[in-house]
Design a protein around this ligand. Structure first.
Ligand SMILES: NC(=O)c1ccc[n+]([C@@H]2O[C@H](COP(=O)([O-])OP(=O)(O)OC[C@H]3O[C@@H](n4cnc5c(N)ncnc54)[C@H](O)[C@@H]3O)[C@@H](O)[C@H]2O)c1
Length: 250
């Protein structure tokens, strides 16, 4: 049975991705700082006939990232797929953007992804196979986002991380790709305090060629594809999944 480790898998896109991998027959290692939500996702997968464990994991801790990966590898061998999904988007205008706030976002949204890639790579290399998928954003690959420059910069950084890892690890049979989601209905996008909020989110549907806001499942299915044999010659790419938003015109 193939194994997948997903960060931030208690809610939103991470949760849907965990359920999709469970349905695809993977053993799913659900991780999050949200222990109640993460455990519930693992229970849901098992109740649906799948296989899953939950581990509490804050991607800001190098020690914990290494510990969880070592624990999982001891039980199941090399991890087949890593999904670097955990991320935060805090609304902070430039005038209030302290070094600490900038570092906080980068620590989770970019460095956290490197920590896990670094932890899982040795066993993947030894096995000569593996796949990593990192969550960027349309705010990282195309749009600028006012009051969120730290987020946009970190998500742009994810593109560089994906490209660099793909080149460094390709010869070892490891593929690394990313996804740049558009507007997806999750707690993050629905937050009035930190993101667009429910009204502006619904209003955006009119500007999206497919005429609807994305659902977490719309992203989860693409993650499962990127991990699959069907994507065997695909590496170093960040796929935009946005209902056509970026190619549309107004
Ligand atoms: N929703 C969107 O419209 C959208 C668009 C583009 C990109 N994204 C990206 O997709 C990913 C998932 O976002 P979402 O919309 O599901 O958000 P969400 O807020 O619903 O979920 C984020 C998850 O990350 C977890 N997390 C936060 N800090 C963490 C930490 N330090 N360690 C481990 N886990 C942590 C949270 O607990 C939560 O489970 C993020 O990287 C986000 O930036 C989302």
């Amino acid at each position: 049975m193939k194994t997948v480790l997903i960060t931030g898998a208690g809610i939103g896109i991470g949760r849907s991705t965990a359920l999709a991998f469970g349905a695809a027959g993977y053993h799913v290692i659900v991780t999050d700082i949200l222990e109640a939500e993460g455990s519930k996702v693992a229970i849901e997968i098992v109740a649906g006939g799948g296989s899953a464990d939950f581990h509490s994991l804050d991607v800001r801790s190098t020690e914990r990232c290494n510990e969880v990966v070592a624990l999982v590898e001891k039980q199941y061998g090399a991890i087949d797929c890593l999904v670097n999904n955990a991320g935060i988007a805090h609304k902070i205008p430039l005038s209030e953007l302290t070094d600490a706030k900038w570092d906080h976002t980068f620590d989770i949204d970019l460095k956290g992804m490197m920590r896990l890639a670094r932890a899982v790579a040795p066993a993947m290399k030894a096995k000569k196979s593996g796949s990593m998928i990192c969550m960027s954003s349309i705010m990282g690959v195309a749009y600028g986002w006012d009051d969120h420059i730290h987020y946009s910069a970190a998500k742009s950084g994810v593109v560089g991380l994906v490209r660099g890892l793909a080149v460094e690890l390709g010869a070892h049979g490891i593929r690394v790709n990313g996804i740049a989601p558009g507007y997806i209905r999750t707690a993050q996008a629905l937050s009035v305090e930190h993101s667009v909020g429910p009204e502006a989110l619904e209003a955006a549907a009119a500007y999206i060629p497919l005429k609807r806001i994305g659902e977490p499942d719309d992203i989860a299915d693409v993650v499962v594809f990127l991990a699959s044999q069907g994507a065997r010659y695909l590496t170093g790419q960040v796929i935009t999944v946005d209902g056509g938003l970026l190619v549309g015109r107004y």
